[in-house]
Design a protein around this ligand. Sequence first.
Ligand code: NAD
Ligand code: GLY
Length: 361
Amino acid sequence: MLYDVPVNLGDRSYQIHIGAGILGQLGQLCADAGLKGKCLIITDENVGALYGQTVFHSLEEAGFAVDLAILPPGEQTKCGKQLFALYSKCIEAGLDRRSFIVALGGGVIGDLAGYAAASYLRGIPFVQVPTSLLAMVDSSVGGKTGINLPEGKNLVGAFYQPELVLADLDTLKTLPVREYRAGLAEVVKYGIIYDAPFFDLLEQNSAELANLENEELLAKMVGRSCEIKAAVVAEDEREGGLRAILNFGHTVGHAVEKVAGYGEYVHGEGVAIGSVFAARASVAQADLPEADCRRIETIFADLKLPVRAPEYSWPDLRAALSVDKKTVGGMPKFVLVSEIGKSSFGNAVPEALMEKLWKEL
Ligand code: NAD
Ligand code: GLY
C-alpha cells in the first residue's frame, strides 16, 4: 500500500509517501524524484539501530553513494554543536551541491538535519523519513527546520522544503508508547482546528487509537493529518497568517514544557494541557459551546494524555508565556475555536482570564 499526499508549493512541491513496510522503497523514490550522487543519512542511535541498515541498503541499491551519521537521541541533540559537527561530516563525506541529506528519525533529527541541508553550501536537497508519529503528521511536512539555543527552543532555523517525505507506518511499532500518544495530540489538533468529521472519527475510535490497534485507521489518521497540514502550508508557507492555526494548544503547551524543565513533559503532553486551556479560553472568548469544550477534554483524556495543569505558580507560567516566539509586546497570542473544526489565530486573552483559567485547570 502506498498512499501519496501532495504538498503544492509551485516549484518546491513534493509528495508525502505513506504506507506500511515501504522503507525499502526509499532509494527508488529518491531516484524517481531526480536525486543523484552522494547522500548522507542522519539519524539517532535508537532509530539508526532499528532502521539504519534498511535505509542504507535501499539507497545503495538505487545507485547512490551513501554515508551515515548517528547522533545521540533526545532534544539536546538539536543544538549548534551537533550542527557544526554535521557540517564537518558533510565535508568528510564529500557532499557537494548535487548531493543530498536523508533525515531518518523523529522531529529532532528532522529539524536538525533539515537545517544542516538548508545551510550547508547555502542549501542542498534533503529527504524526510519520519519515524515518530509526531514527525509523520507534523514536523516532516511544511519545511520548518532549525535548532535550539541555550536561550530557547527553535530560535535559529529556516523554512526549507524537502524533496520528498516517506512515512513507513510499520516503524511506529517500535516507537515508545508515550511518544506515540504524544503524537496523537497533534493529530487531534487537526480535527479541532480544521476538520470536524475527522475529529468525530478520532473520537469514535479513541480506544483503538490510544493502543495503536487498527492499522487501517492509523493510515487514515496519518494521511488526513498530512492532507490538512499540506493544505494549510500551501496557503501560507511562511506563517504570515493562516499557518498560525497549527499552534492551537501550543502557547500554554510550550510554557508548561519550559517551566517543567525540558524532558519532564514530552511536547504532545504539553500540547494536550495547552489545548484544554485554549478550549476553555474559546468558551469565554469565541463562543465555543461548553459541550464542544468537554468533548475536547474527553478525547485527550481517552487518549491517555494529561489534561490537568501541573502545580506551577501563575507568575512562573506567565513569565514563560512572555518569552514564547509568538508573543507580541509581552501578550501571548492564542488560537481559539468557535466550534470544532473552525479556528482563528492571533487572539489576545485578557490577563485576568488567563490567570483564572490556569488556576481552574
Ligand atoms: P524525537 O525526535 O526526540 O523522537 C522521540 C524519541 O523516539 C527519540 O528517543 C527517538 O530516538 C525515538 N524514536 C523515534 N522514532 C522511533 C521509532 N520508530 N522506534 C523507536 N524509537 C523511535 O521527538 P519527536 O517527538 O519526534 O520530535 C520532537 C521535535 O520536533 C522537537 O524538537 C520539536 O521542536 C520538533 N517539531 C518540529 C516541528 C516542525 O514543524 N519542524 C513541528 C513539531 C515539532
Ligand atoms: N508545527 C507548526 C508548523 O509547522 O507550522
